[in-house]
Design a protein around this ligand. Structure first.
Ligand SMILES: Nc1ncnc2c1ncn2[C@@H]1O[C@H](COP(=O)(O)OP(=O)(O)OP(=O)(O)O)[C@@H](O)[C@H]1O
Ligand SMILES: [Mg+2]
Length: 173
């Protein structure tokens, strides 16, 4: 991506309506800039709005006011364009597929050719330090892996497709 700014949150307020009263203000006038390639942690007490902010960035919910852009696009458009992936807190791997096959799943759903899928999965497993275990993961179900390995298997599943689609878009320009 050529944009230097990955995520821009501008004066975002999120109020959850309640049956009686003014609603729950989860976020009030929050602004945040995340540059491409930056690693950011949101730290704060329970209920301060961390998950709410992430959900707005991922377009899983909409702000009451303010704006969120991802790679220069409204969050909604960035989601439709699959400009990013989401790695959820729980591994969420399908137990009937090997870890490797779980990482491969988004690429399969996008009908990426098998050889390209295999190369991309190998690249991502190397990125999260799972290459040494690759032979095992080819035949292991997630249940047979350690918790840490399961979580590392979850992480590359998120970018497996979005990176591939943006590469593919670039190569067709
Ligand atoms: N769907 C919802 N409806 C009503 N209130 C909500 C909803 N989602 C979150 N809230 C409220 O918004 C506030 C922020 O919640 P949020 O889940 O973002 O907190 P958090 O910082 O992620 O907390 P934790 O560290 O416990 O995960 C809380 O007061 C929560 O009760
Ligand atoms: Mg949370």
């Amino acid at each position: 991506m050529s944009h230097a700014i990955a995520v821009q949150v501008s004066h975002v307020t999120k109020i959850f309506p309640v049956k009686k009263g003014d609603g729950v203000t989860a976020l009030a006038e929050v602004s945040l800039t995340v540059n491409a390639g930056e690693f950011v942690s949101l730290i704060g007490p329970s209920g301060c709005g961390k998950s709410t902010l992430l959900r707005l960035i991922a377009d899983l919910d909409q702000p009451t006011s303010g704006a969120v852009t991802v790679f220069g696009k409204p969050a909604h458009q960035a989601r439709l364009d699959q400009d990013y992936g989401i790695a959820f807190q729980s591994a969420g791997l399908l137990p009937w597929r090997t870890v490797e096959a779980n990482i491969e799943l988004p690429l399969q759903l996008h009908r990426v050719p098998a050889a390209t899928r295999r190369a991309r999965v190998a690249e991502l497993m190397s990125l999260v330090g799972l290459s040494d275990f690759a032979a095992n993961f080819r035949t292991s179900s997630p249940a047979a892996c350690s918790s840490g390995s399961r979580l590392r298997g979850r992480s590359p599943r998120a970018p497996s497709c979005c990176s591939w689609t943006s590469r593919s878009a670039r190569s067709t320009r």
